[in-house]
Design a protein around this ligand. Structure first.
Ligand code: FE2
Length: 400
């Protein structure tokens, strides 16, 4: 298998900057029923359900499942008691992403630095250890209900070991026999790593959080889009893309913009307890056609675009690619259309992308499946067609 991530090695990181990120350690979801959610993400998206921490391992307040695919690690956590914070959050927000956790060399130092930079603590540093090693985590609050944990690992729990299937943290045990795991190994979906993670924030708050990522996390603005780029007759949004110093993780931030009807961002907020939060995770593949075909075979529900999209897309994209001296789109055009995949190009190359419908009953979190062929952008050329498709879905939900 090719390299799973562009993550730098620890050696290449400056030890003077505690916020220098090593990798996306994991993404933590709070869910109403982790056992069932694990089946959904395994069956629909091909994740391995690797490890569990629950009553059988002595965890009496919450259950956690580790799901992996490529260099993607999800922790699905559910409450075992009614007064557990996960229970409270699920009541307010439904299932969704709580924590985009980042591996660093020293979690406590990173947390202290983030707080000195103006960040607010979500929880204080805590270390769990045993004879094999230790995991230290500390959290800071970002927009709405979301947090970033800093995670540092030693001994058997070091990240390279975790990537090879070692125990995720003290208190986890292997799942044992889980028949979908073998099936998923034989029928891979090809998802490799988290390409970007998009947050929706309240009207007027985008620039606040842009500055927060600059000041607290040391991120830089990567791209920005305004209403002219991404509005339809009815709904609009504004977006700025923040990237970590080493571009390991990109965190675009959306806010609603005024339109004739309700912005998709406003719809999200209204079904998410009026709190900001993670709108979508983009999962990277090297082969968009294979991944989307496999995900469709498994029953993943993707956003549908009108056929008219494909009447103009090849001309738009190939013209852009030729202008900048790049090869035109090499994927079979008919298969791209048959699979309903979107294509966009910029001065650096092109990308293929497709968006799922919401992953739970509330119109909140969804996934994007993205493949980059040079382009480091986010599919700006697709925004209009995409938002028109989204508006049809909003209309069906009675939320436009
Ligand atoms: Fe995206």
């Amino acid at each position: 298998m090719s390299s799973l991530s562009t993550a730098p090695t620890a050696d290449s990181l400056s030890s003077t900057d505690p916020l220098m990120l090593v990798d996306v350690d994991h993404v933590r979801f709070y869910v109403g029923n982790a056992k069932q959610a694990a089946f959904f993400y395994a069956s629909a998206f091909g994740f391995q359900v690797e490890q569990v921490s629950d009553l059988t391992t002595g965890s009496r307040t919450s259950a956690q499942y580790l799901l992996t695919q490529g260099n993607i690690r999800f922790i699905l956590e559910t409450a075992l008691t009614s007064d557990h914070p996960v229970a409270e959050e699920c009541r307010k927000y439904g299932d969704g992403v709580k924590d985009v956790a980042l591996t660093v060399l020293d979690a406590e130092r990173a947390w202290e630095q983030a707080r000195r930079n103006g960040g607010e603590s979500a929880y204080e540093p805590r270390t769990i250890s045993d004879a094999n090693g230790s995991v230290t985590m500390a959290g800071i609050k970002t927009y709405g209900r979301a947090i970033h944990s800093f995670v540092s690992r030693t001994g058997a729990y070091a990240l390279p070991n975790i990537k090879q299937g070692a125990t995720f943290a003290p208190g986890f045990r292997p799942m044992g026999t889980f028949s979908l795991n073998a099936w998923n190994k034989a029928n891979p979906c090809g998802l490799k790593f988290v390409d970007h993670c998009v947050g929706n924030v309240e009207l007027g708050k985008m620039n606040h959080w842009v500055k927060w990522y600059e000041d607290v996390m040391g991120f830089k603005m990567f791209k920005h889009f305004d209403e002219k780029d991404i509005s339809t007759e009815y709904s609009a949004l504004m977006s700025k893309v923040m990237a970590s110093g080493n571009h390991l993780i990109k965190m675009p931030i959306n806010e609603p913009a005024a339109g004739k009807k309700k912005s998709q961002i406003q719809e999200y907020l209204e079904w998410h307890g009026m709190a900001a939060g993670v709108q979508h995770l983009a999962l990277r593949t090297d082969d968009e056609l294979h991944s989307v075909a496999e995900l469709r075979r498994r029953g993943v529900d993707f956003l549908a675009l009108p056929d008219a999209y494909y009447e103009s897309v090849w001309n738009r994209v190939d013209t852009m690619l030729r202008q900048h001296g790049h090869e035109v789109v090499k994927e079979d055009h008919q298969r791209v259309k048959d699979l309903g995949i979107l294509v966009d190009a910029d001065d650096e190359g092109y990308l293929l992308q497709l968006f799922t419908k919401p992953l739970q009953d509330r119109p909140t979190l969804f996934f994007e499946i993205i493949c980059r062929r040079g382009s480091q952008s986010f599919g700006k050329g697709n925004f209009k067609a995409l938002f028109e498709a989204l508006e049809i879905e909003q209309e069906r939900r009675g939320n436009l």
